[in-house]
Write a protein that binds this ligand. Structure first.
Ligand SMILES: Nc1ncnc2c1ncn2[C@@H]1O[C@H](COP(=O)(O)OP(=O)(O)OP(=O)(O)O)[C@@H](O)[C@H]1O
Length: 480
């Protein structure tokens, strides 16, 4: 039995859908407006949503991004009374299952409900993260979850995979996760780093050689391709593979045969290929520095890892994990992370991605090993500056209604909580400052009015403004 949510204010259509969902053995719930629909979806594990475009309190399509983020990731069928091509485009771009126009016949309703739910069930089975071994992959942003779904998809097949993404985004980590989740997980995972292959030894390292095959070949050597037999061969930095070797490499991928140097017989190896690059292989093909046939062979299934700056809350999770493991590795007490430090880390663009984050935290912790909390002062100047710049630009924005608490979800801080006193002091100071800034803005610098509104005495208000480096023109010097 599946859960269907119907968000439509048309009572005839509501009853029609209710009746047919019931006949198919599914449970259906009703909402007549955007607001009701949102409430219903937040309390229901929906599998399928029928969403009307014209609702009394707005356009139904506005709900799409929200629905997309729901943990049950339901399918959405957009219903509209009149054809609207722009709406359809937006709906499809936002991942809607279908876009239908009223009136709908009984058969049409049954067909669409059945198809969408069948697809949904398969999707859920495929992307079940419960069984996916994530290795050390930290994060649960939407962008990362999408890549994990792709790993789950690959796990069921033996096809080649090309992982792309900027440096330090975790390409090797993902390659290992693909191996770990595949039927080859008990066999070797062999890494070939094309960027560090000495040009004159590429063939020998990949394919092996027999003693005496060339000057310096003092003994037989098994190549990496042979070692990968039965397992996974991970070709890292494949864009660096010399053009001269690309031809024999293509043959290896097509036929799984190779010839060790000095042997007259060809050998076979049964490996799964996973390749990775931070270079634009298509551009290299256009420039003639990468073979197009090899590119097409590698690019059977592509996983593109997003840069850290596009992973939202993952940065905080990664930071907490790294701080914990770096402190453990160096036998230091586990440090806390001040909210300002997180803000500075979040404001930085991380061209070196997760590797750069880990290295930065490593240096920050070692620079002051006994400090119980990591403050911005421990960070490199360029990252601190980003934090300061973002704070300055925030000042120009409207003040938030509620003070932001910046206490991460309990799980993220469970082992790296800052000291209570320190945390309390920082939060109080932040809230005080926000209050004072708002007071200054609302009273437009009128000291008397500010005292009346806030209930603070003149000297207390002056003192607080001074602490927070704020300025009110009528308070340039306190009255004695
Ligand atoms: N999601 C993640 N969770 C935890 N650690 C991660 C994650 N992604 C990457 N890392 C860590 O970041 C570092 C860099 O990852 P990795 O070597 O896999 O990146 P890469 O994309 O292959 O880099 P390059 O392109 O430079 O070879 C490693 O220490 C890895 O463990």
């Amino acid at each position: 039995m599946a859960n269907v949510v119907i968000i439509d204010d048309d009572s005839t259509f509501q009853s029609l859908l209710l009746e047919h969902c019931g006949l198919l053995g599914h449970e259906a719930s009703l909402a007549g407006s955007l607001e009701e629909g949102k409430k219903l979806l937040s309390n229901h594990q929906a599998d399928l949503v029928f969403l009307d475009v014209r609702l009394p309190d707005g356009n139904g399509l506005e709900l799409l991004p929200y629905i997309h983020e729901l943990p049950s990731s339901p399918e959405v069928i957009i219903i509209t009374g009149m054809g609207d091509a722009n709406g359809a485009e937006m709906a499809i771009k936002n991942g809607a299952w279908d876009y239908l126009q009223k009136p709908l016949s009984r058969q049409e309703i049954i067909l669409h409900v059945k198809r969408a739910l069948e697809y949904h069930e398969k999707k859920i089975q495929r992307s079940s993260h419960v069984n996916l071994k994530r290795d050390e992959i930290v994060g649960k942003s939407k962008a990362l979850r999408f890549c994990l779904d792709q790993v789950a998809q690959c796990a069921e097949t033996d096809s080649g995979v090309l992982i792309t993404g900027e440096t330090g985004t975790g390409k090797e980590l993902f390659a290992r996760a693909i191996h770990l989740n595949s039927s080859r997980s008990k066999r070797p995972f062999i890494v070939v780093d094309c960027a560090s292959l000495p040009e004159n030894l590429v063939e020998s390292i990949l394919f092996g050689h027999v003693k005496g095959a060339f000057t310096g070949a003092n003994s037989d050597r098994r190549g990496l391709v042979e070692q990968a037999d039965g397992g996974t061969l991970f070709i890292d930095e494949v864009g660096e593979l010399p053009i001269e070797i690309q031809k024999s490499f293509l043959r290896l991928l097509q036929e799984r045969v190779y010839r060790p140097l000095g042997k007259d017989r060809e050998h076979t190896s049964d490996f799964r290929l996973v390749a990775a690059t931070n270079r634009d292989l298509e551009a290299m093909v256009r420039q003639g520095t990468f073979r197009s046939d090899l590119f097409f062979r590698l690019n059977t299934f592509n996983i593109h890892l997003p840069p850290l700056r596009e992973r939202g809350t993952d940065l905080e999770k990664l930071t907490m994990n790294f701080v914990f493991s770096i402190c453990r590795r160096n036998r230091l007490p586990i440090k806390g992370v001040a909210p300002e430090t997180l803000e500075a880390l979040e404001a930085y663009s991380w061209p070196g991605n997760i590797r750069e984050l880990e290295n930065t935290l490593d240096k920050a912790i070692i620079s002051d090993p006994m400090a119980p909390v990591l403050y911005p002062i421990h960070l490199p100047p360029e990252i601190r500056l980003c934090g300061i710049r973002s704070k300055v630009s925030l000042k120009h924005e409207q003040f938030p209604e509620e003070p932001s608490h910046h206490l991460p979800a309990p799980t993220t801080y469970s082992l790296t909580l800052p000291f209570f006193k320190e945390y309390r002091r920082l939060q109080l100071s932040r809230i005080e400052k926000q209050y004072l800034q708002r007071l200054l803005a609302e009273t437009e610098g009128d000291g008397e009015l500010a005292c009346r509104l806030s209930g603070l005495s003149r000297s207390r208000l002056y003192g607080l403004l001074k602490i927070h480096s704020l300025f009110m023109k009528e308070f340039s010097s306190p009255k004695k």
